[in-house]
Ligand binder design. Structure first.
Ligand code: AMP
Length: 121
């Protein structure tokens, strides 16, 4: 069994969080350090550390991240104006929590993705 993560503890409700959606495959909750008016994390219930670790068996779960993101975006009233979905991978991708999660960010104009490489680490 994979080592627990902060997100697996949230999924099992061992840590309090603002869970807004949960099913057999994924759980969605509010990011504790929001970067926009809407910042939701949609997390696989199965502990998969990074996108590099996915297998074909995970395709249904990964697809669910998108259908739930679209559902939440609609509920939050940001579908029409738009939003951004992000999955970070490993150090250069800026991943901090090693349990696959999709960021759903919106509620304001996000502008283009900034293409600055940070070579300070
Ligand atoms: P990442 O850099 O893609 O791994 O993103 C990790 C995200 O998890 C960050 O946006 C954090 O603000 C968020 N985060 C960390 N701990 C918690 C928590 N206990 N509840 C909600 N969000 C969290």
């Amino acid at each position: 069994m994979k080592k627990e993560t902060i997100f697996s503890k949230i999924i099992k409700r061992k840590i309090i969080s603002d869970i807004i959606y949960q099913d057999k495959l994924v759980t969605a909750f509010l990011d504790s350090n929001p970067q926009a008016p809407c910042h939701v994390l949609i997390v696989t219930n199965k502990i998969i550390p990074t996108i590099n670790d996915i297998t074909a068996d995970d395709e249904l779960t990964l697809g669910r991240l998108f259908t739930v993101a679209a559902k939440i975006a609609k509920q939050k009233g940001i579908s029409k104006n738009g939003y951004r979905l992000i999955i970070n991978c490993n150090k250069d991708g800026g991943q901090e929590i090693f349990h696959i999660h999709m960021h759903l960010i919106g509620g304001c104009s996000l502008g283009p993705i900034v293409s600055i490489c940070r070579n300070d680490n």
